[in-house]
Design a protein around this ligand. Sequence first.
Ligand SMILES: [Zn+2]
Length: 214
Amino acid sequence: MPRAPAPEDGSLFSFPIAWSLLVTETIRCHWAQKPINIPYHDKEWGVPVHDDRALFEFLILEGAQAGLSWDTILLKRARYREVFDRFDAQKIARYDEKKVRALLADPGIIRNRLKIASTISNAQAFLKIQNEFGSFDSYLWKFVGGKPIQNSWKLHKQVPAKTKESDAMSKDLQKHGFRFVGSTICYAFMQATGMVNDHLVTCFRYVEVNGKIR
Ligand SMILES: [Zn+2]
């Protein structure tokens, strides 16, 4: 960022504050303030995801987050990918007791027995959905009519924690055997995977995420 010019004549009339207002700063959603979450906000959050493996990863990570901060999950994400076979549901669906014990002993992930057990049963449910609907992608995106819902929030307090779409997704996922998929978890998932654009209109990513796919 350019610095304000130093007053050379000792004049009282240097305007560092006015100068700083002239310099355009990158404006982001209020929650993206730290080195751990800024790159995530700037590159991933809200970009439509259509890859089954990536969708499964987000669903598991959002469920693992329950009761914790998302930053905690971001810090552990690399380890999650490592110990959960890069979220290969075919492999996770076959995890045995020995693997579960190893996961429970791993400080690099959230060591919660119910969350770990749900990852395995969710992998099994995920495979059934793929069989039934062709892909997890086509199954999930039906809940938003196949394309991202474009919101236009001005203030972060306007952003909901859940919606009728996330309620419907939650209910249906549970019907198909998924756990840790309450409506607020589903809504966070929908925001992360771009099913809904919840960047504030003032955020530089608001316009950028439109039309992007990963
Ligand atoms: Zn944003």
